[in-house]
Ligand binder design. Sequence first.
Ligand SMILES: O=C(O)CCC(=O)C(=O)O
Ligand SMILES: [Fe+2]
Length: 204
Amino acid sequence: MSLDLFGTTLAEFNLLPCDGIVNDFGLALAPPDSDALYERLLHGLPWRPDVAVVNGIVTETARRALWYADAPFRYRHSGIDRVAEPWPGDMLDDARRLAEELAQTRFDSCVLNLYRDGTEGMAWHSDSEAAHGPHTTIASLSLGATRKFAFLHKRTRERRDMMLRHGQLIVMRGETQRHWLHAVAKTAAVSTPRISLTFRRFAG
Ligand SMILES: O=C(O)CCC(=O)C(=O)O
Ligand SMILES: [Fe+2]
């Protein structure tokens, strides 16, 4: 699953210099499986805009989003209260198992994002400590177009960027959400969709 580079695996390599851990598992899903999952999710899920409060006004995002979980968990994010929906059949079962195996964590929910092209991104944010606890683990599987994923340290403004490719899985863990913001950068160079599956744990 992870490339063996001179005895250390990619997964052991921490992309962040301090205050958190981001492991890159490389192409965790083989191309035929990534292609099949991408097509199934792109065409088979009821994608809808996300909502966020911007300058006090409730606004629909260009990006599409969905949130599935084992139970109707509630989560306040971007100023809006959300409730999780039941899993869409078995569509996400294999991806969830893969994420659990690589991250060595049990996940009970998945936030999915659809960026239809490079004009759509996600602004700097961190994923709520209140909902996930201070040492949350989030596994993120990318499908479709390659996009730049960036990290910005909240205090030092130090920055780390990585490209996320079709089938690539990364894990954010430890104190990453407490000390770092992350974002999906917009770009004029991408004209095709990208989907991210972000597996999380809400129950204790
Ligand atoms: O699309 C991505 O890779 C990141 C998504 C993200 O940060 C989130 O859903 O909180
Ligand atoms: Fe996030």
